[in-house]
Design a protein around this ligand. Structure first.
Ligand code: 1GP
Length: 246
């Protein structure tokens, strides 16, 4: 299956170019706000929109993607918390396997259920090793996943988990402290993981300043994801984008 979006990510990694993804939680955004976020993202040269949440109560995913697509061609990547969060209007889907946990449903169970629907959608599928790192307080993802996150000072566990994910054939590693995490993933842990894998590394959860985004890039993150902080202050789109692209 063709993977244009993944190929561009790999190419960027080779060129040491970093990407910035704005995370839109479909439950937390009103249609009138989408336009503002998208307009600011175009101006700031945002690389991707990630769309999804640990729990989506009102399913507006199709509607939001169509709205984004009517304004710009920034790729929309689904970051689904459940098989119901699939939309044929997106460009790609992170097929997440929760490799930091030991819940078979999130390692393979829900994938089996959603596979035919995803195949039918024609979406680009990117197999992703999803690692939840302790962000200092329970987040939606840690509760919904019903597994323990990796302790935030256990850099070796994170490294070995990411290495195993890559050896299993996963094409991306996503380290996530959870949306609105009190503590973002540490630069030491990011570096330890980045130094030991060759697939692109996504880092998110609790990033709220351009300085932290830049530090994460310097530690080895290839894609920075920010959602919560932008929901509170949309001006951060420009500031964080500049930091990531610098
Ligand atoms: C959460 O990585 C994302 O899954 C982004 O986290 O909302 O805290 O930016 P924030």
């Amino acid at each position: 299956m063709a993977q244009p979006l993944y190929n561009s990510l790999q190419q960027k990694k080779q060129q040491q170019r970093k990407s910035f993804a704005v995370l839109i939680d479909p439950d937390k955004i009103f249609p009138e706000e989408v336009k503002k976020v998208v307009t600011l993202s175009i101006a700031a040269k945002v690389d991707f929109f990630f769309l999804g949440g640990s729990l989506v109560v009102i399913n507006k995913i199709d509607e939001i993607i169509q709205q984004i697509k009517s304004i710009c061609d920034i790729p929309v990547v689904l970051f689904p918390g459940s098989p119901s969060q699939v939309s044929k209007y997106a460009d790609a889907l992170l097929f997440l396997s929760l490799i930091s946990g030991r819940n078979p449903e999130l390692l393979i169970g829900q994938h089996v259920i959603s596979a035919p629907m995803i195949r039918q959608s024609g979406l680009e599928v990117i197999p992703t090793g999803y690692m939840v790192i302790d962000g200092g307080a329970p987040t939606s993802v840690s509760y919904m996943a019903n597994t323990s996150p990796i302790p935030n000072d256990k850099n070796d566990i994170a490294m070995c988990t990411a290495m195993a994910g890559e050896m299993l054939g996963l094409q991306l590693i996503y380290m996530d402290a959870g949306s609105g995490a009190k503590n973002a993933v540490s630069e030491k842990m990011i570096k330890r993981v980045a130094d030991n894998i060759s697939v692109p590394l996504i880092v998110g959860g609790g990033i709220s300043t351009p300085e932290k985004a830049l530090a994460n890039c310097n530690a080895g993150a290839d894609v920075i994801v920010v959602g919560n902080a932008i929901e509170k202050d949309v001006n951060l789109i420009k500031e964080i984008s500049e930091a990531v692209h610098s």
